[in-house]
Design a binder for this molecule. Structure first.
Ligand SMILES: [Ca+2]
Ligand SMILES: [Ca+2]
Length: 276
């Protein structure tokens, strides 16, 4: 029973790295103000994204304020409208330590006129050229049937360590009605320790007879390497102070499963090891 508890403890310890999720950006537009977002009217018709409070036929508010762009407003429009977020700062997070998820909600409110097209781009500057060159995008050729605010997500982990901007572009459509965006957020989630390991390091061979090689796959270096048996006893323990690669001699260990724990300045990684 005690052994089982210890293993359970080790498994639990391997699940979570240093910090919980961090919401680094969120905007629900409920202040009714589009700033600090900026817009570019690439079609030049003077119409663009704006923050509106949707109302019913009696003038009563429906839901909360949203970001809206139109493809029909008394007359058919042919929008090519861009809206850019302010800078979203991910410079405090080291690449390879976390995943970053962009989340937003989208709809085309009129079910009879909902063939709206849009693209969400992520880039390092709030301008059209940068966004069109981005490889981190989400495109929807039609919002048919998406008539209530519906959540979309995009992995933006590539922007860890720097700044990112979110862009929504309403384009390639005419004579429908409107599309809406709301509740934009960016959340950073630290990697589990086993994912942290496989992202930044490799260990080989595994299973191993005598020597375990522990190598960095990224710019991350090792400060400490530790091997623990299934009872939680530390059987190897090495300070290695900032090296990319190291070796552990395990020729003296009994055959079985062990847990490798590596510590870098950016976090902790774990991996299961088999000694033959
Ligand atoms: Ca809102
Ligand atoms: Ca326009």
């Amino acid at each position: 029973m005690k052994k089982t508890l210890l293993i359970a403890g080790l498994m639990l310890a391997s699940l979570v790295n240093a910090n919980a999720q961090t919401v680094v950006f969120s905007d629900n537009f409920d202040d009714g103000d589009i700033t600090p977002w900026t817009v570019t009217d690439a079609d030049g018709d003077g119409r663009n994204w704006s923050v509106v409070q949707i109302q019913d036929n009696d003038g009563n508010p429906v839901g909360t304020p949203v970001l809206r762009s139109a493809s029909w407003q008394a007359v058919p429009l042919t929008p090519n409208n861009y809206v850019f977020s302010p800078a979203i700062d991910l410079s405090g997070f080291f690449p390879g330590t976390a995943t970053v998820e962009l989340s937003w909600q989208v709809m085309a409110i009129d079910a009879s006129w909902d063939l709206e097209q849009y693209t969400c781009y992520i880039g390092t500057a709030p301008d059209v050229a940068t966004m069109l060159a981005s490889s981190t995008t989400h495109h929807e050729a039609s919002l048919a049937g998406v008539n209530t605010l519906t959540t979309r997500t995009l992995d933006v982990s590539d922007f860890l360590g720097g700044q990112m901007y979110v862009c929504f572009r309403h384009w390639g459509v005419t004579d429908q009605f409107t599309m809406e965006i709301d509740n934009v957020s960016v959340t950073v989630s630290p990697l589990s320790t086993d994912k942290f390991f496989t992202t930044n390091f490799q260990v080989f061979p595994n299973p191993a007879d005598n020597v375990l090689n522990v190598n960095s796959k990224t710019n991350m270096t090792l400060n400490h390497v530790e091997l623990t048996d299934i009872n939680g006893r530390v059987v190897k323990n090495m300070n290695v102070a900032g090296v990319a690669n190291t070796q552990l001699n395990i020729g003296d260990l009994n055959a079985g499963m062990y847990f490798l724990k590596v510590t870098s300045s950016e976090g902790t990684g774990t991996a299961k090891i088999i000694k033959k």
